[in-house]
Design a binder for this molecule. Structure first.
Ligand SMILES: Cc1ncc(COP(=O)(O)O)c(C=O)c1O
Length: 403
């Protein structure tokens, strides 16, 4: 991958802060945006500006056509069967909430998640459990924090309605064996929803091959604007009741009667984020031009370098699954005796290195492990080996000062 050429597309990487370019290692939270995505969004404001799926004038027709082209692009990106299986949402969190509120749960219906879910795929089910609508069980990870398939098999019984799990973890970049999970879930009559927020911009996703029923991801974690996507197989979407309803979701409204549109429209209430949708399409183009396989190998190499160099140093403990070749671009760690926020502030002030510190929206995992938080560096396609080296040097330097 020609990273220097890649970096030229990212205005923020060509900007200086205190005389130096930023070293951005917080892509698991939000990725930076290439000029091509900004241009695509500007094109909407400059040349279309109006609303989609409603107005019959030429500008409105252009918006509808562009947005449907993006829907088709996402279909191909996920290898879904039909573009009407693609629904636009605010983000992954909203997509998961949409599913939770659109499914019909009866007493004793159970939802299974793992014990390492992002709050977005944790809090929603806990909240439902509190209201008495569902049972919510979590799989227990093995001692090394990897997924326990045998344990899952025991937990996944006939009462399970939905298995909702992450694809790649925002804690440590570890990826679950989804094909095995869907096989077991389907044998027991359960549906599977995949939270692909951390995988969509990093690895090939084939919803047919993985055999998932539902899936969500966020464009802002893959070079795009703030926008989410929910995929649902046609028959599954047909069976769901809409959650956010209003303009655009109905074919007929009388005081005593409503008829809802077919998917995806019945789930897309109100005017949409048209510029965001068009920008999302440009983000897919950018990623596909580079190739997800190449991106994955590249970010693994950067992360691998850092975890190897810092891995054996006394005083540094890595967080979560720590296996060679796994972890994508995420390196999560703690320095003994140091508050993670202090480490993050030191990296920022001393070398323009932007990392994330805290519990990374995985509060239940951190609380169970009795860890107050950690520092997460997440590498992506625009980071360089030189940046990985500067990051590792800064951590070594800090350790020396502390000892
Ligand atoms: C694994 C995972 N799931 C869900 C989310 C929530 O994504 P969003 O904030 O776009 O809704 C995140 C965000 O970091 C995530 O990492």
């Amino acid at each position: 991958m020609d990273v220097e050429k890649v970096r030229k597309s990212f205005p923020l990487l060509n900007k200086k802060i205190d005389g130096k370019p930023p070293i951005y290692l917080d892509s698991a939270c939000v990725t930076l945006m290439p000029q091509q995505v900004m241009d695509a969004m500007n094109d909407y404001y400059i040349n279309m500006g109006s609303c989609g799926a409603r107005s019959v004038h030429r500008l409105g027709v252009d918006v509808t056509r562009k947005c449907e082209e993006v829907r088709e692009k996402i279909r191909r990106f996920l290898n879904a069967e039909d573009r009407n299986e693609i629904i636009f949402a605010k983000n992954s969190t909203e997509a998961i909430n949409l599913v939770a509120n659109s499914l019909t749960f009866e007493n004793n219906d159970t939802v299974i998640t793992t014990d390492r879910e992002h709050n977005s795929n944790q809090v929603v089910w806990q909240n439902f459990r509190r209201s008495g609508n569902i049972k919510h069980h979590q799989t227990r990870s093995k001692k090394d924090d990897t997924f326990d398939l045998e344990g899952f098999k025991e937990l996944c019984t006939r009462n399970v309605k939905l298995v909702s799990v992450y694809h790649t973890s925002n804690l440590d970049g570890h990826t679950l064996p989804i094909k095995d999970i869907t096989e077991i879930a389907h044998e027991n009559g359960a549906m599977v929803m995949l939270d692909a927020a951390q995988s969509a911009g990093h690895k090939e996703i084939d919803v047919k091959m993985l055999d998932v029923d539902l899936l969500c991801f966020s464009f802002h974690k893959m070079l795009g604007p703030s926008l989410g996507v929910l995929y649902g197989r046609s028959d599954v979407l047909e069976s769901l009741s809409p959650f956010i309803v209003g303009g655009g979701t109905v074919t007929k409204v009388e005081n005593e009667a409503i008829e809802f549109e077919k998917p995806p429209r019945k789930f897309e209430g109100g005017l949409q984020n048209y510029a965001g949708i068009i920008g999302g399409g440009a983000a897919i183009d950018y990623i596909e031009n580079l190739g997800r396989q190449k991106i994955s190998v590249y970010e693994n190499a950067l992360r691998g370098y850092v975890s190897k160099r810092l891995g054996d140093i006394h005083g540094i403990s890595s967080i979560g699954v720590n296996k060679d070749g796994q972890g994508g671009g995420i390196y999560n760690f703690n320095i003994e005796g140091m508050n993670p926020h202090d480490v993050a502030l030191y990296l920022d002030s001393s070398a323009n290195i932007m990392v994330r510190s805290g519990m990374h929206c995985l509060h239940s995992w951190y609380n169970k492990k009795k860890i107050d938080g950690s520092v997460r560096a997440s590498f992506y396609l625009y980071n360089t080996m030189d940046e990985a080296k500067i990051f590792a040097e800064k951590i070594e330097e800090l350790l020396k000062v502390m000892c």
